[in-house]
Design a protein around this ligand. Structure first.
Ligand code: NDP
Length: 297
């Protein structure tokens, strides 16, 4: 049976280290500040934003949340971002996506100062990650968390390893591939137009699934002993739990995969918890950089 890569434990360890460094910084008079902006009342977004603000407080950060009405005009949101860009108490700005349709998400993300873009979505950060300068950039939180899990399992040099990333989104698949490439893996990115995905997946020593299709990756897609990172979070009906009940599953058929893989992340409790932990790490790094200090690893 595969080793389970425990995302909850690694996330707790990561946030514990962040809180420790934040205390040290605070003693020098610098309190890391995170501003989280929510526009509208999307229930899932409210949960995510609440969790991020709460975790920031637990890390000892200055944590502010801006809840804007769903009909907020784009220029008002841009004005808020300009104020946060200029506020020295704020080191990280996160605008929760998706945004209501009157607001262009790209214009908003590009308005965030790159040095405060702790989500890592600004072109400046995207470009640095793509050109192998991730150490100076903010890496998007989900692939950063997945990469930390891979490093823990296999070390930081992936020379000679084949990695297959299923999914080519800007927030997960592409930056994940860049990070694996920077760690010397031989990387293939697959997507909905890829032919014979099962055969390609079976070539992977490291298989990352970031698709959004419940249990698409079957056990016989996995090379024996491979490290499997399941980024997918899918809610499916669970009639066995009672009428109207649901449960979360990943993009990997876990029960089949754990019999073949060498190591695997569960869903829930895998990559998910790492995402918020890496947001805290990015905010701490931003505060350190603002103070002219090296960001802790
Ligand atoms: P997107 O919908 O933006 O991208 C999905 C990707 O999967 C696309 O590149 C798409 O290909 C590809 N794809 C879709 N169907 C297939 C298929 N049948 N075969 C091969 N590839 C396919 O999703 P995200 O990247 O934003 O998210 C992916 C998953 O990760 C989701 O389940 C999401 O909930 C989860 N997620 C989890 C996070 C966490 O914190 N753990 C954070 C972010 C996302 P194409 O480009 O050709 O359309």
């Amino acid at each position: 049976m595969a080793r389970i890569i425990d995302g909850k434990a690694l996330a707790a360890e990561t946030t514990g280290k962040v809180a420790h460094h934040a205390r040290d910084l605070s003693e020098k008079g610098i309190v890391p500040g995170l501003a989280v902006v929510l526009v509208g009342e999307d229930p899932a977004s409210q949960v995510y934003v609440g969790a991020k603000s709460k975790r920031a407080k637990e890390c000892g950060f200055h944590s502010v949340q801006h809840d804007l009405a769903a009909d907020t005009p784009e220029n008002e949101l841009l004005e808020l971002i300009a104020r946060l860009n200029a506020d020295p108490a704020i080191h990280g700005i996160l605008v929760q996506l998706p945004l209501p349709e009157q607001i262009d998400p790209d214009r908003v993300i590009q308005a965030i100062a790159p040095k405060k873009d702790v989500d890592g979505f600004h072109y400046m950060n995207v470009g640095m990650v793509a050109t192998g300068s991730a150490g100076r950039a903010f890496v998007p939180c989900t692939p950063a968390g997945a990469m930390l899990m891979i490093e823990r399992e296999l070390g930081s040099d992936l020379s000679g390893k084949n990695a297959v990333v299923i999914g080519r989104s800007n927030i997960v698949g592409k930056p994940m591939a860049s990070l694996l490439l920077a760690a010397n893996a031989t990387v293939t990115i697959a997507h909905s137009r890829t032919g014979d995905l099962p055969t390609l997946a079976r070539s992977a020593d490291i298989l990352v699934a970031a698709v959004g299709r419940p249990e698409m990756v079957r056990g016989d897609w996995i090379k024996p002993g491979a490290t499997v990172i399941d980024v997918g979070i899918n809610r499916i009906d669970a009639p066995e739990r009672g009428e109207g009940k649901t449960r979360l599953v990943g993009d990997v058929a876990y029960a089949e995969a754990e019999r073949v893989a060498g190591a695997i992340t569960p869903v829930p409790g895998g990559v998910g918890p790492m995402t918020i932990a890496m947001l805290m790490a990015n905010t701490l790094a931003s505060a350190c950089r603002a103070a002219g200090m090296p960001a802790p690893r």
